[in-house]
Design a protein around this ligand. Structure first.
Ligand SMILES: [Zn+2]
Length: 179
């Protein structure tokens, strides 16, 4: 019984490393990005990593590819996002990160991202979700040249616009209606 989408069983790893390929399912993407404007573009992505044991730690390198769609910041039409992200993470047993090692292991900024894992499984789920969200641009555009919502119906003018003469009879009718 395993609820993880991207599990890496630590017991199968050695120093030489092993490759894991996971589909990044469209349905999973939708769930993972719930509450975010971006969502799956409908296709499955791919997560390909190489995991190896380093002492008690697990080193994970690889790539994440996925296609997302999010509203264009200018025209609000769907903008396609192709995510291609390099992954490089050091997973450390949670008990060691908690400081029980008593200075045995000092983490430096230069080190690869360091994340905790518990038990015999390194789950990449949170990592994948975080990578996706990080890769979504602050101002997504459907294209660099997106002109925005043009021809722009100026909202300030819209109110003062003369009524379409073709609608005049309808307005007359409405005005004449009792009540
Ligand atoms: Zn646009």
């Amino acid at each position: 019984m395993n609820a993880h989408e991207y599990p890496i069983p630590v017991s199968e790893l050695d120093a030489g490393g092993k490759e894991f390929r996971f589909p990044v399912r469209s349905g999973w993407l939708r769930g993972a990005l719930e509450g975010h404007e971006a969502t799956s573009a409908g296709n499955d992505g791919a997560l390909v990593v190489r995991a190896s044991k380093s002492g008690h730690d697990v080193v994970v390198h690889g790539t994440l590819d996925a296609e997302l769609t999010t509203p264009c910041a200018r025209c609000l039409e769907p903008a396609q996002l192709k995510i291609h992200s390099n992954i490089s993470v050091l997973y450390v047993p949670a008990s060691r990160l908690a400081g029980e090692g008593d200075g045995e292991r000092e983490l430096t900024d230069e080190e690869a991202d360091t994340l905790p894992f518990e038990g015999e499984t390194v789950a990449l789920d949170d990592l994948v979700r975080d990578e996706l969200v990080l890769e979504i641009p602050m101002i997504p555009l459907c294209s660099e040249a997106c002109p925005g919502m043009s021809p722009a119906p100026d909202p300030e003018q819209a109110g003062d616009k003369p009524i379409d003469p073709r609608l005049a009879p309808l307005l007359d009718f409405a005005a004449r209606k009792p009540k």
